[in-house]
Design a protein around this ligand. Structure first.
Ligand code: 6PG
Length: 226
């Protein structure tokens, strides 16, 4: 078991950008998250370290839409990070334009034996991480590394996602959270009991360091320390 360490910053994206840039310099396997929160972290990371040629980039989940769709997690990283780099990493994209089962099977094969050195996750207001939503069969999946299914929150499009066992293979997990709307999810995920109803709390079943970078608004529900 590991306990989530909370790190409160006025600008948590800046702190996470430093971690991403350092991991890129090391040439690690970096798993990116989707959603809106990481955009600034990606932009800052590209400025801090423009050479990602030694790194490999994966995604924790993807919406089943084409890469140029505004809801694409790859599309977000392309705009905010990849297009701003001087040297690209090895990019392992989940092909959201395929049928969900085909995209999941292809990505699981591409993931192979890769172990994430840094897994970046966001946190949903319901405590979901990646596209593992409370009470979903995808959250319960224990045999596969990649699965697919419906979204439990907007955008309501089919998702391809790493499973909990896959997330727990990471050597380091970093969660980036911002805004008062996430305060209850932070409290339930990292200060409450480990609970199947709160997917992010299950990250504490792993052994890897689990660090939560959040702003004061997201930290209002939890005793926290830098
Ligand atoms: C996704 C993400 C998802 C996201 C959270 C938080 O595909 O949407 O992987 O897990 O990180 O929903 O999203 P926001 O950063 O937009 O609040």
């Amino acid at each position: 078991m590991t306990e989530g360490r909370l790190h409160v910053f006025d600008d948590p994206a800046g702190a996470v950008a430093q971690l991403l840039a350092a991991e890129a310099r090391r040439g690690g396997a970096i798993v990116l998250t989707g959603g809106s929160t990481p955009e600034r972290a990606y932009e800052l990371a590209a400025r801090l370290e423009p050479d990602w040629s030694r790194a490999q980039v994966f995604w924790g989940d993807e919406r089943c839409v084409p890469p140029d769709d505004g809801r694409s997690n790859f599309g977000l990283a392309k705009r905010a990070l990849l297009d701003r780099l001087a040297a690209l990493p090895d990019v392992h994209r989940i092909r959201g334009e395929l049928a969900p089962a085909a995209a999941a099977a292809e990505y699981e094969a591409e993931l192979g034996e890769a172990t994430p050195d840094l897994l970046l996750l966001g946190l949903g207001p319901d405590g979901h991480v990646a596209s593992l939503f409370p009470g979903s069969p995808q959250l319960a999946e224990r045999a596969r590394l990649v699965t697919h299914g419906p979204a439990g929150l907007e955008p309501f499009v089919e998702r391809v996602t790493l499973t909990l066992p896959a997330l727990l293979t990471a050597r380091r997990i970093v969660v980036l959270v911002a805004g008062a709307g996430k305060a209850e999810a932070v409290e339930r995920s990292f200060r409450g009991p480990v609970d199947e109803e709160v997917p992010a709390s299950l990250l504490r079943r792993g052994e890897a360091p689990l660090d939560v970078y959040l702003d004061p608004a997201a930290a209002t529900g939890a005793a926290s320390a830098n």
